[in-house]
Write a protein that binds this ligand. Sequence first.
Ligand code: PLP
Length: 386
Amino acid sequence: MADPDPLAGTSPLTRSLHARVPHDGALPVVTPLYQASAFQTGSPYFYTRKDNPNIAEFEGIVAGLEGCRHGIAVTTGMTAIHQVLDLLRAGDGLVFNRDIYGCSHRLFQRFAEARGVRVSALDLSVPEQLARIPAGTRLVIFETPTNPFLKTIDIAAVAKAARAADPRALVVVDNTWATPLFQNPLAHGADLVVHSATKYFGGHSDVMGGIICCDRDDLHGQLRDARFYAGAILDPHSAWLLCRSMKTFGLRMREHERVTARLAAFLGTIPQVARVHLPTIDGHQLRGYGGILFFALAPAVAGRYRDFAAALRLFDTGTGMACVTSMVAQPYNGSHASMTPDEKSAIGLDQGLVRLCFGFEDPADLEADLARAFTAIASAAASASG
Ligand code: PLP
């Protein structure tokens, strides 16, 4: 009889903390770094372009949290998305949600043009638009909550509509922002989940990675083969760092959630803030939420993002996010810079939209810092108009 599972009945988070690949008898309590390109005959690993203990451990942790059997770890989040697109063939249809990370948006267009794939951008957060998924669609890809604006897309409804349009359609959710702690797309009918591990999984702005998760053996086989021949696998050191970060993943997400709730309430009291964008936590598809929100600057200060960011002392600027320190960004010129002005205007994205990612500073300090920056732009606007 097989040994009983010592973790039987524990939560996915508990299991993720105890996930360890088999070791060589030295009994370390954490898995050491296997900085090796090749393994001897008889090893289950063969060659690191194919597999490696640190990479396998990271895949097991994330797949466990996503509630599925397979994880395929790759170099970055964009690689994960590209590997999934690579399942398409000339003439296939690709549908993506138009509110999506700017580089994904551009990648879909570039890929479709180069490979002869038919591409459509829809607003999948609007139920009436689901009927517009064209016949012949082989892949539907989206983020929920969306980037920007954090709108909800009903994964089960998209899966139903996509399969009605074409029974072979694959539904792919980029779950980077929701994370598997708060949302498990496969349980709602998605076929594949992609993540930028560079964000919350890494959590410290010091590692890049990506991962694709699925339950289907055929997709797993195809994606692993494609990764092997493309040389797109994550490197062992990054995998080791990611495994280390995953030990505090639950803690960090809960703290992100706590700080965001407090700061969102604070932003709601600020006259220079026209609107705070947060996702709807319905407890069914989305069970909680982490550390990224958007707000719209009020019309009187809408053109003052640069002054606002410059006045902040605790928020770093730049493209990073989901780390231990807070960040401020302007999606128009940052995450969505690769979209044209017309494309940005079509989704309602203008220069007055600000993204904040809260780290683990004392929330009272973050409030004081933001208050100072709002006062600075309010006085600058008052002196300009008076
Ligand atoms: N998906 C989402 C939702 C992202 O925000 C990003 C990057 O910001 C990516 C994918 C791309 O990930 P990476 O930068 O790891 O390639």
